[in-house]
Design a protein around this ligand. Structure first.
Ligand SMILES: [Zn+2]
Length: 88
C-alpha cells in the first residue's frame, strides 16, 4: 500500500489519490502540427524500472495535482511536490 505525503494534507493512503500519468512526458506546443509528436505524447510511454515521476491528484483531499517520484520496483516514494509552482 502506498502512503503519499501530500504537501497540503499530510500523509494519506493512496486510495485518496488518482493516478494521472507520466510526469516526464512533454506536451508539444499547442500549434504543433506534427502528428507523430502528438502520437508519442498521447500514446507512447516508457515502462521504467526504478525512479519515475508521476502525476497524482489528491481527489479526496485538497484536489491538488502533485508530482510524485516513486520507485516502480519497491514502490517507495522519494519526493512529493506540487505539479505547478504556486503564485505569490
Ligand atoms: Zn492533499
Amino acid at each position: 500500500m502506498l502512503r503519499i505525503d501530500c504537501p497540503c494534507c499530510g500523509v494519506r493512503d493512496h486510495s485518496e489519490f488518482r493516478y494521472g500519468g507520466d510526469a516526464t512526458a512533454e506536451r508539444p506546443a499547442h500549434d504543433n502540427p506534427d502528428l507523430d509528436a502528438w502520437y508519442h505524447y498521447v500514446y507512447v510511454r516508457a515502462n521504467p524500472k526504478g525512479l519515475h515521476r508521476e502525476f497524482w491528484q489528491h481527489v479526496l483531499g485538497c484536489r491538488q495535482w502533485l508530482v510524485v517520484e516513486r520507485d516502480t520496483v519497491t514502490h517507495s516514494i522519494h519526493s512529493v511536490s506540487f505539479s505547478r509552482r504556486r503564485r505569490a
